[in-house]
Write a protein that binds this ligand. Structure first.
Ligand SMILES: *Cc1c(COP(=O)(O)O)cnc(C)c1O
Length: 361
């Protein structure tokens, strides 16, 4: 058997007629930049997430930049975040000249450990950026309480978690600004790069809309230093089709995760843990194994692809050497990076395929 990790092709085939028509409609209108499909998508995103304002943009990375630019994050500011994430989370902080301040993760959820945040807060701290790793939000209530107490902003990196919830509220609604990514392999993916920011604050929403088109207030009049951060109309047209079926996709991902968990529980593995207050969008189903290299090799030979998200925590990445962190600084992030391994995860894995994968453990 040969297993496909994300089954992007299957998903296209499933909705092909509708997606092809949606793309063709954009070509027929040639409304490539900020066409009506963008407005439609933003309204649908608001409806789906219950966020007051949804603003589409060019990627999950640019969504983080828009959020921090809207909150006036500048050189010298400190931003607390996790070292166990994709580089974009901390890269964007550093790109704006601010300083990422890392806090270790919880051993069960792999999300920011809220109990370690307060000791890292200084007079320079401006914001906390929790990441909803693998699709599950961090403990947003605890993090929000800490932020309120210290007058800090919260930006959620929800690149992996569109549609997830904490206390029955989507993670697009938690925080001052929440972000997501529509990169093809994310739970809700388009056919290229894309992303969105969410907020309940009208002023921030207006500012991010302006920042996404070079900070303009009206055409060729620029209020802010902004960026070229728009989503393509074609990508919005694709997302408009896929969003209609997303609730179903999420349910199917949950089913796949439950099947994995049920069958793997008996094996010598650490399985994903979802807090009772949370739901996950299951961007990844990641397990911890002691001898990862040999397990990956064995699975590969059997036609089962695996991936490692992420093999090296950010505090020991070369680009962050200047921050002065050392190996050993964040022990949970480090041990998880050494043992974590993601299994094929997508809404279309068959029972037969799941059985086959489980058989190799
Ligand atoms: C994918 C991802 C991003 C970046 O999103 P892009 O759309 O690829 O720019 C940021 N943060 C996390 C946690 C991600 O997984």
């Amino acid at each position: 058997m040969k297993i496909d990790f994300a089954k992007l092709q299957d998903q296209y085939q499933l909705y092909k007629t509708e997606i092809d028509e949606a793309i063709q409609a954009v070509l027929n209108k040639s409304n490539y930049i900020m066409g009506e499909e963008i407005t439609q998508l933003e309204e649908s995103l608001q409806e789906f997430t219950k966020a007051k304002f949804a603003i589409s943009c060019s990627s999950g990375t640019d969504a983080l930049l828009l959020a921090m630019m809207a909150l006036d994050i500048k050189p010298g500011d400190e931003i607390i975040t996790t070292p166990f994430t994709f580089i974009a989370t901390a890269e964007t902080i550093a790109f704006l000249g601010a300083t990422p301040v890392f806090v270790d993760i919880d051993e069960k959820t792999y999300n920011l450990d809220a109990s370690l945040i307060e000791e890292k807060i200084t007079s320079k701290t401006k914001a906390i950026i929790p990441v909803s790793i693998y699709g599950q939000p961090a403990d947003m209530q605890k993090i929000q309480d800490i932020a309120n107490k210290h007058n800090l902003k919260v930006i959620i990196d929800g690149a992996q978690s569109f549609g997830s919830t904490f206390n029955n509220i989507t993670d697009s609604v938690w925080g001052d600004i929440s972000t997501t990514s529509f990169f093809p392999a994310k739970p809700l993916g388009c056919f290229g790069d894309g992303g969105a920011v969410f907020t309940a604050n009208e002023e921030l929403a207006e500012k991010m809309k302006s920042l996404r088109v070079h900070g303009q207030s009206k055409r060729y009049h620029h209020k802010y230093i902004g960026m070229g951060g728009r989503l393509d109309t074609i990508q919005a047209a694709i997302l408009n089709v896929k969003l209609k079926y997303y609730e179903k996709d999420l349910a199917l991902r949950q089913e796949v995760a439950s099947k994995y968990t049920k069958s793997l529980a008996r094996k010598d593995l650490v399985l994903p843990y979802v807090d009772k207050k949370a739901t996950s969008a299951w961007a990844q189903y990641s397990v911890r194994v002691k001898n990862r290299d040999s397990v990956q090799e064995k699975l590969k030979e059997a036609g089962i692809p695996t991936a490692v998200h992420y093999p090296k925590p950010l505090h020991i990445q070369e680009c962050f050497e200047y921050l002065g962190y050392k190996k050993g600084g964040f022990p949970i992030s480090e041990i998880v990076s050494e043992e974590i391994m993601s299994l094929p995860m997508n809404p279309y894995l068959t029972d037969e395929e799941i059985e086959y994968i489980i058989g190799y453990f």
